[in-house]
Write a protein that binds this ligand. Structure first.
Ligand SMILES: Cc1ncc(COP(=O)(O)O)c(C=O)c1O
Length: 389
């Protein structure tokens, strides 16, 4: 194993990898660091041939002490779909959809929560808590159930029904909150010490990011040992975007790629776009978004602890941050279903709506290799589809 230590993303201060951590003393996310000099000798693209298909195939760059995770549902290894009908529909010839909806629990959140729960189990955690927009709660409920540990899940009371039910069915304790995910986060923070819960909020523990970064490694493998020109990613807390950016950095240090990077496009909803506003205004951090509303519940995140890391990745990659309306994201969710057979989450429709903006303003051309992330399944958002049909 090549995992060496944790590092504060603001100050660079190092932390012991074997202890249990939330944020650093500076209140910033901790990042897992690996000995890539040592790993590069044996962890090569060729070494992956014949390995298991899920995300644990990248075990050298994952934080577990053992070869096999204690709880696993086969997360990761999702398909990168071609979109032949986008050629005539949109004039774009090389668009791929990374279809995260086929993950266990129906979203890319399975990657992060699987990594976080397994790492926490190795460090003796007995109970978990999470504030959630929906998908992360469902994923935690499932992995905690497998591990026979309690999960305390705080979600806004207007979260679509399927999210609530999957947590309840898996035996989690669900608290419905009259507020947003940020209010849920406060409730977890107020209770966790007294109750002995480990808080697995987005980026407030180091390992969800490690699970999510495997999407970057998969893209490299699925594109024949190269990266796309452009990645469009629906951004709430930002773990996927920051995680892939971290993966590309690791891949460069491992000697798999050079300094080239895809343009990272962060997509948010017009009703909750703190990262877009900060990017437009040249700010390094995002201000709290008042009155957040959107039917893409995963994008209803008015403040993110990793905002500065997202903004850094967007700028360093020469990318952009784009907001789309709920009408556009639902229209393009249906278009994605019609043209590709994938029934996406509204967050997946949002990236297709954003792609139309990029095409119209000629930021992308017909032959650019573009990857859209459909981060979840439409099945959990029937209320949103019905409201817009
Ligand atoms: C389907 C879906 N897409 C995107 C997001 C945003 O993810 P991230 O926190 O990685 O920005 C979420 C978060 O809940 C989600 O459920």
């Amino acid at each position: 194993m090549f995992f060496t230590h944790l590092e504060c993303s603001k100050t660079g201060k190092t932390y012991d990898k074997d202890a249990l951590h939330n944020l650093s003393e500076a209140g910033a996310p901790l990042l897992a660091c690996y000995d890539t000099d040592k790993a590069r000798k044996m962890f090569t693209p060729q070494s992956l041939l014949g390995r298991r298909k899920d995300m644990w195939r990248y075990r050298e760059m994952l934080p577990l002490r053992t070869d096999a995770p204690a709880v696993c549902l086969g997360e990761g290894g999702t398909p990168l779909r071609e979109t032949p009908r986008f050629k005539s529909a949109f004039g774009l010839n090389k668009v791929f959809i990374k279809d995260e909806s086929v993950n266990p629990t129906g979203s890319f959140k399975a990657r992060g929560l699987s990594a976080a729960v397994n790492a926490a189990l190795e460090r003796g955690v007995n109970a978990f808590a999470i504030p959630t927009a929906g998908n992360a709660g469902g994923a935690l409920a499932s992995y905690a159930a497998l591990a026979e540990k309690p999960a305390h899940i705080f979600m806004p009371k207007d979260t679509p029904e399927a999210f609530k039910q999957e947590c309840i069915s898996a035996g989690a304790q669900v608290t419905l909150v009259d507020g947003l995910i940020s209010d849920c986060g406060k409730m977890v923070a107020e209770r966790k010490q007294k109750k002995g819960w480990f808080d697995v909020s987005t980026l407030k523990e180091p390992y969800r990011l490690e699970g999510k970064k495997t999407m970057g490694y998969e893209l490299f493998e699925q594109l024949g040992g190269s990266l796309p020109d452009v990645i469009l990613y629906p951004t709430g807390g930002g773990t996927g975007l920051i995680g892939m950016w971290k993966a590309f950095d690791e891949m460069q240090r491992l000697g798999w790629i050079g300094s080239e990077r895809p343009a990272m496009i962060s997509v948010q909803a017009e009703g909750c776009a703190p990262v877009v506003r900060a990017w437009q205004q040249g700010e390094e951090q995002a201000r709290y978004w008042e009155g957040a509303h959107t039917c893409a519940s995963g994008l209803r995140v008015p403040a993110a602890v990793g905002d500065f890391l997202m903004l850094r990745a967007i700028r360093e990659s020469d990318g952009k941050a784009i907001a789309v309306s709920d009408e556009a994201m639902m229209y393009y969710s249906n278009e994605m279903a019609r043209l590709t057979g994938i029934f996406p989450a509204p967050e997946g429709g949002a990236v297709l709506a954003a792609l139309m903006q990029l095409r119209d303003e000629k930021t992308v051309g017909a032959d650019d290799r573009i990857v859209l992330f459909n981060t979840g399944s439409g099945y959990k958002y029937l209320e949103a589809f019905k409201a817009f049909t």
